[in-house]
Design a binder for this molecule. Sequence first.
Ligand code: HAM
Length: 416
Amino acid sequence: MFRRVPGTKDILSGETDYWQKIEETSRNIFSLYNYKEIRTPLIEDATLFNRSLGEFSEVIQKQMFLIHHGQDVYALRPEGTASIARAYIENNLDKKEGFLKLYYIGPMFRLERPQKGRLRQFHHIGCEAIGSAGPDIDIEVISLASAMLQAYQVYGYKIKINSLGCAKDKIELAAILKRRLSGKTNNLCDECRKRFENNILRILDCKNESCRTLVNALHIGDSHLCNDCKLHFNAVKNGLDILGINYEVVGHLVRGLDYYTRTVFEISHNDLGSQDALCAGGRYDKLVSELGGPDVGAIGFAFGVERLLLVANIQVPKDTEKKLTYVITLGEEARPYGLKLLKELRKTGIPADTDYEGRSLKGAMRVAGDLKARYVVIIGENELKKKTVMLKDMVSGKQNEVSEEKVVGELASWRV
Ligand code: HAM
């Protein structure tokens, strides 16, 4: 027997109701905020991600799904931001549309060690606003994430924000860390000792106890931020205060992808355990120009759908609410009429199904019950002769013999 690849999931019917509901809710909210959908390919030139996410980021170092084809190396996309920046440049969207607000829903791939909340194929619901460097769009994007959480009825989440500063400030922050940590690297975990050499900012948000203690004692603060970046961050905080959005400034929040500048944020939930990030995002003001496009500011976020589903309180319609009609035909002669009736019902917008396994009346009635069908139509020899059908309401037990041409109308009136 074949088994699914570790870290992937079959999303079975029943579960898909929740997926559809979360997607539909998200689409509605994106539309309220005037974000338009974009769909980019699942595969990209691998170099796109090397250039965007940073050569020493964990995703590039350890988690890329690569496909070698002749001289070409493709990657299954590990995230959406780089692809959208690529699409923005390639399709000249800056010239055609200028400032753009985009959203996306779809699978992402990372070759992780699978564990709870950490998959190799997972899904993002995300957005990217490209073309503005001002703080107002940071405020909108964070408030949009918060509005989505309210719509999904997630309670008890925490919004953490920070500013990394502009590209120059990030270099300054790295230099401060290098100075203050040199001579103390023995107290860092193995991973952070490597990071000290090639990805020093990531030491700031390492979860290891001794790294945490060391980092806390450094009292990094915001001394690395230039005046403009301080003003920007203050404006973002002010805007969130005005909108009544609760957040916490977390100085060691740096995020794992290199493209971030200025505002970064993460939304976490305690019920998720060690993989507690529900959503993450931030500004990436240099990414579009570094990929060969115009010098434009941009910001976005992505929710992890699998994690969202663990904490969301989403109501989906019950099978009984669909008010399915189940058509039972008895004998060969009744079958064509049954099939025609099914077609008519569906055409009228009435959900309908039938037995495809040649069951007896008793067996077919049992299936109708299992399917939570609200109505059953029975067409037997007698009914066929009289050009009638037997209509049964499975909840009230009400049963009517109805003439052939009236059955669709009668069912439609029963359903209201
Ligand atoms: P990220 O933090 O790598 O950011 O991923 C965003 C969210 O995806 C995480 O907070 C988490 O909920 C979920 N996630 C990530 N990896 C996994 C996994 N292996 N299994 C299950 N869920 C996972 C980004 O990808 C950025 N592109 C977000 C962004 C958009 N920044 C700006 N715009």
